[in-house]
Ligand binder design. Structure first.
Ligand SMILES: [Zn+2]
Length: 222
């Protein structure tokens, strides 16, 4: 995908994330890998619903700015480290979506409750310990907890979702928020029973086998 096309997509994802209330104000950030060793990232302090493609900053994996007129997000270290250690990751979205953040604040992981979450994410979402964001220590704590997974809750902060494309990362951020909301609502009615671990595995494997079709059915177009 060309740099211009990726810039346009990041802008579109920012707008969509706003519409779905995953982002608010100037918080959160979005990035995408360009080629093997470059990253396009949203600028610091911008309303993600009103970005232009030319606002997006091009950087290398060391965080050096190659092209861009603004300061990049303060979360450059965590984005860079994820791209370095996870070659399968091509996009990252950091949100402060409300239900997931409520769990992050109380230090509760999100269990796999629904078949959709088992299929599209396939693992419970762990919580990091609290570390000040923007630091290398924070980046390492996130990477450690993320492991080979698709999402992690940041203690007293928010969510990081990753994917092999911007569509995939966006979908994960959305599903994490949905699963967190389901967990909180179901817990208020009684015990929110997680899916059996073997069933989660079965659903995930079936989803991966039919991945292309699933993607079309979700109709995520940016
Ligand atoms: Zn944040």
């Amino acid at each position: 995908m060309s740099e211009q096309e990726l810039r346009r997509k990041i802008v579109a994802v920012g707008k969509r994330a706003f519409d779905y209330k995953l982002l608010s104000g100037t918080w959160g950030n979005i990035s995408a890998r360009l080629g093997k060793n470059m990253v396009l990232m949203t600028p610091s302090g911008f309303d993600k619903s009103a970005l232009k493609p030319s606002d997006i900053i091009l950087m290398d994996l060391q965080g050096n700015i190659i092209r861009g007129k603004w300061r990049p997000s303060s979360e450059v270290p965590v984005h860079s480290l994820i791209y370095k250690v996870r070659e399968d990751v091509n996009a990252i979205i950091h949100t402060h979506s409300h239900y997931a953040t409520a769990l992050a604040v109380t230090g509760q992981e999100i269990p796999v409750l629904t078949s959709e979450f088992a299929s599209a994410v396939g693992h419970k979402v762990p919580v990091t310990r609290y570390v000040m964001s923007g630091t290398q220590e924070f980046a390492e704590e996130v990477v450690k907890n993320l492991g080979e997974g698709k999402a992690v809750l940041l203690r007293n902060h928010g969510v990081i979702a990753v994917g092999d494309s911007l569509e995939d990362a966006f979908q994960t951020a959305l599903l994490v928020e949905d699963e967190a909301r389901t967990f909180i609502l179901a817990s208020s009615l009684g015990y929110a029973k997680p899916l059996d671990i073997d069933e989660v595995k079965r659903l995930r494997e079936a989803y991966i086998r039919g991945y292309g079709q699933e993607k079309r059915r979700l109709n995520l177009r940016f």
